[in-house]
Design a protein around this ligand. Structure first.
Ligand code: ADP
Length: 694
């Protein structure tokens, strides 16, 4: 059924403008929904990677800073120990009963060993210099005149030392030398027995070199600074370009001279990839991003495959929905897994109803359910169904039964294993109805044929009986004349009675003649039933019957009609009977076991080769006559048979009557046509007859 399209007013211009906009919006929304998760994932991965790289970098910086802090603390502790040891060494130089000369010799030895000292002095309690020795590594480091008892740094250090009773240091001070150079110097004052002092002048720069630098690695700058950060002295490599500076400071809490040790270290590697860890994290990140890209590509491929699959499914569904053949799939347990709309329509049940049943199908007729169950069990056990299909009977929802033709095939999945059975159903109730109609029509035709045969016989009988009847009548009237001529007086009563009997005979013969004439008239009366009939209508009328018998005998029927043939003027029933007779004879002639390709050809053409007399055709004939032919490839007709072919009651078949061909010829000739036959090459016979066009 086709739904009627509702008549609607033309859409408003605004709606016309908005519709594509909405469609586009819907499309964009679906695209956005599909890509949103991917974009979100990519952003999250990016944020994660940046965070990991940043954290790794920061961790590296902290580690470097920690190492530098630790190294600086170690250096300060080493420096303290060194200074302490120096103080002890210095104290040891002034032993019991040491005079100035011996001390100066010892001091000179000490100065050779300790490059950080610039000068050693032995001062008395009033801080007057009793003995002094300068470092052999520098010339004229100090002017003796400037190193008196009133030198402020020494005063400060010794005052502190006296107060503490332990070595004390002076704050650093700058000592200028000649040629514009100078030293940053720190004094150590060491109180000794007898109120005297030993004073050592430290060069801060050499102290750094001797006591601090060996413990610190290269690539760093080491400096002594004031507590407020003012740089006093520094040693080490200058900072390189493209490096990052790390700074560590540590207080060197010397008694009397608080100072800071400052270390500036730098890393040569770029800040973005400071070490292996970060490089590793970065490499993993790149791998992660690559995997993400591959994943995205793979997803795109999958989406394309899904789209193709959806298209194929839609195509398949459209195909299944459009066919009129019912389709049904069953699994290996016999449960229905799929039905198409045609099948639902055929049986009258919905797809849900059919698929929810277990065991007996609802379309099995109750009386046959048991047999069908057995058939299903055989099929599920793996029996292969016949290729040409088999017939069965199904029941509609309303209880009516109908015949179906079933074709079954195993259902094979993508892995090549069987998952069930696929069946196709054709409702053959209409075909059965047509066959039934054909059968009835054939019976009717056969009845007409029998009648026609009777008519023929009657006609023959009438022809044959007319003469004896006429003879009887004339003998009777002759006898009466003879009896009437005898005028003698001796006419007996017997004589009258004989005359009466002869009169009666003459009357009955006359009556018999009338009966025969009326039968003849009855046969003749068929002329009045003639009409114009299209040749294809004649062929179409007999074709179902011919095909029915052809199927039984395994004969192929071929029909060929010339185009635009005119109608013929004939008694439709009789001509159909002729065609049927000739076709039946042809098919019976081909009923030989050795004959494999059995073909019967029905043909209608304008009379071209056969005239009314059978002696060549003319153009006028072609306009006036149509030629029907029935050709077979059967056993053919031998000359003996040909001689008697149209003789009534001649037959070669045990069950034949021998009236068919004779009747055919009569009918054709009644229409003014001619029936003839000829052998067909290489085997068989062609029967032809002509009929007049309207
Ligand atoms: P019947 O129907 O009893 O066979 P017919 O008059 O139709 O009588 O046929 C008479 C005989 O003619 C048949 O018995 C058969 O021997 C022969 N005959 C008719 N048609 C053919 C044919 N197409 N090929 C061979 N023989 C035929």
């Amino acid at each position: 059924m086709r739904a009627l399209t509702p008549v609607s007013s033309p859409p408003l211009p605004v709606a016309r403008v908005l519709r594509p906009a909405f469609a586009r919006l819907r499309f964009l929304r679906s695209v956005w929904r599909r890509w949103f998760l991917w974009v979100l994932l990519a952003v999250l991965v990016l944020v994660l990677l940046v965070t990991v790289v940043w954290l790794a970098g920061r961790h590296e910086v902290e580690q470097t800073q920690n190492v530098l802090d630790r190294d600086t603390a170690d250096a300060v502790s080493d420096l303290r120990v060194g200074l302490q040891r120096n103080a002890q060494t210095l104290r040891a130089s002034l032993g019991e009963g040491v005079d100035r000369e011996r001390w100066e010799t010892r001091a000179a030895d000490l100065l050779r060993e300790h490059r950080e000292w610039l000068r050693l002095e032995w001062r008395d309690a009033a801080l007057q210099v009793r003995g002094a020795v300068d470092t052999p590594y520098r010339r004229h480091a100090f002017e003796d005149t400037r190193r008196g008892a009133d030198q402020p740094d020494v005063l400060l250090a010794c005052a502190a030392a006296r107060k503490l009773g332990a070595p004390a240091y002076s704050p650093s001070h700058y000592v200028p030398f000649s040629q514009g150079t100078g030293f940053e110097v720190m004094e150590l004052c060491l109180p000794v027995e007898g109120g005297a002092y030993l004073v050592a002048s430290y060069s801060l720069r050499d102290t750094l070199i001797e006591l601090v630098a060996p413990t610190l690695s290269r690539g760093q700058e080491v400096a002594f600074t004031e507590v407020d950060g003012t740089r006093l002295v520094a040693i080490g490599a200058p900072r390189r370009v493209g490096t990052r500076v790390f700074t560590a400071q540590q207080l060197i809490d010397l008694p009397g001279a608080p100072m800071m040790l400052r270390v500036d270290g730098w890393r040569a590697v770029p800040d973005l990839f400071p070490n292996m860890l970060t490089a590793l994290v970065t490499a993993i990140s790149i791998a992660l991003v690559s995997v993400l890209v591959l994943l995205a590509r793979d997803t795109r491929k999958r989406q394309r495959a899904e789209r193709d699959l959806a298209d194929a499914l839609a195509f398949r569904k459209a195909m299944e929905d459009s066919v009129i053949t019912g389709l049904r799939a069953r699994d290996l347990q016999g449960r229905i897994t799929y039905v198409n709309p045609a099948f639902c329509e055929m049986v009258g049940f919905g797809a849900d109803e059919l698929m929810s049943t277990d065991g007996e199908a609802p379309y099995w007729p109750t009386e046959l359910a048991h047999e069908y169950q057995r058939r299903q069990a055989v099929r599920l056990a793996g029996a292969v169904p016949p290729r040409e299909g088999f017939e069965s009977v199904f029941m509609r929802k309303d209880g009516t039964r109908f015949p179906v033709l079933i074709f079954e095939a195993p259902l094979i999945n993508a892995h090549g294993s069987q998952t069930g059975w696929m069946s196709a159903f054709i409702d053959i109730s209409e075909q059965r109805r047509i066959e039934e109609l054909s059968r009835a029509s054939q019976e009717r035709l056969q009845a007409s044929a029998r009648l026609a045969t009777v008519g023929e016989m009657a006609s023959l009988l009438s022809h044959e009986l007319t003469q004896p009847l006429a003879a009887i009548a004339s003998y009777a009237s002759g006898s009466l004349n003879l009896l009437g001529a005898d005028r003698s007086q001796q006419r007996s009563r017997d004589h009258d009675e004989v005359a009466m009997a002869v009169r009666r005979i003459a009357e009955q013969a006359d009556r018999a003649g009338q009966v025969i004439r009326s039968v003849h008239d009855f046969v003749r009366r068929r002329d009045r039933t003639r009409e114009a009939v299209a040749p294809h209508a004649l062929i179409d009328a007999v074709l179902p019957l011919v095909r029915l018998q052809a199927r039984k005998l395994g004969v192929r029927v071929e029909v060929a009609l010339e185009e635009r043939l005119p109608a013929v003027f004939c008694d439709r029933t009789l001509v159909e009977q002729v065609l049927l007779n000739l076709a039946r004879n042809g098919m019976q002639a081909m009923d030989m076991p050795e004959l494999t390709d059995r073909v019967l050809r029905l043909k209608v053409v304008r009379a071209g080769s056969v005239g009314r007399d059978g002696d060549g055709a003319t153009a006028a004939d072609a306009r006036r006559w149509l030629e029907f032919s029935v050709a077979d490839v059967g056993c053919g007709i031998s000359p003996e048979v040909a001689e008697r072919l149209f003789t009534p009651f001649f037959t070669t078949r045990p069950d034949g009557m021998g009236l068919g061909l004779s009747l055919c010829r009569t009918v054709v000739e009644q229409h003014g046509g001619v029936l003839m036959f000829e052998p067909q090459r290489p085997c068989g016979t062609i029967f032809r007859f002509t009929l007049p066009v309207t």
